[in-house]
Design a protein around this ligand. Structure first.
Ligand SMILES: Nc1nc2c(c(=O)[nH]1)N[C@H]1C(S)=C(S)[C@@H](COP(=O)(O)O)O[C@H]1N2
Ligand SMILES: [Mo]
Length: 162
């Protein structure tokens, strides 16, 4: 209960002012450990770079932490745990402007969809500023850019309970 309250308070503080966003990411919902990851936390996690094509056709390089890696740290099912009810699990990615998209947990798993989905904090080596960031999702295998959530603030994991 104390943890849940702390996360709720942190979330409120982070969401306080859309103009002064802090590079932080909350991971909540049906996970074993709720997280509030700071920019420093993300910098220390395993990092990955991906090349993505913008709708304009320009190629850019994004760098950050795999969404799967973040969910794994929160205790979401991965590897051999991805069976049975876990196959109904998904993550709702929410942005500062209210934009939301879903990824199924299975689509991120190497044994299922094996999709590369990155929580990026850098674009061509520079921080993501303004309404691009400070964090954004990048899914280079999607044909359209609509799931590449800019201004990412939170990840809510939803799993079947029965
Ligand atoms: N927070 C947020 N992220 C968003 C959107 C949005 O309205 N709000 N639009 C999406 C859509 S429809 C597209 S096409 C891409 C555009 O991002 P890009 O200009 O960097 O390619 O952002 C996506 N991410
Ligand atoms: Mo779009």
């Amino acid at each position: 209960m104390v943890t849940a309250l702390a996360v709720a308070l942190c979330g409120a503080a982070y969401a306080q002012d859309a103009g002064k966003a802090v590079a932080g990411l909350s991971v909540t919902g049906d996970v074993t450990s709720r997280l509030m990851l700071t920019a420093e936390d993300l910098a220390k996690m395993p990092r990955q770079a991906v090349t993505a094509k913008e709708e304009s056709g320009a190629t850019v390089q994004y760098e950050g932490v795999l969404l799967r890696e973040i969910l794994k740290r929160a205790g979401a099912p991965v590897d051999a745990q991805m069976r049975g009810k876990a196959l109904a699990g998904y993550v709702l990615a929410k942005a500062r402007d209210g934009y939301q998209v879903v990824f199924s947990l299975a689509e991120l798993e190497p044994d299922y969809g094996n999709q590369l989905v990155l929580v990026a904090d850098k674009r061509d080596g520079a921080p993501l500023t303004g309404n691009l960031g400070p964090l954004r999702i990048v899914c280079p295998n999607d044909k359209k850019g609509a799931r590449s959530v800019r201004m990412l603030e939170s990840l809510e994991v939803v799993q079947l309970r029965k």
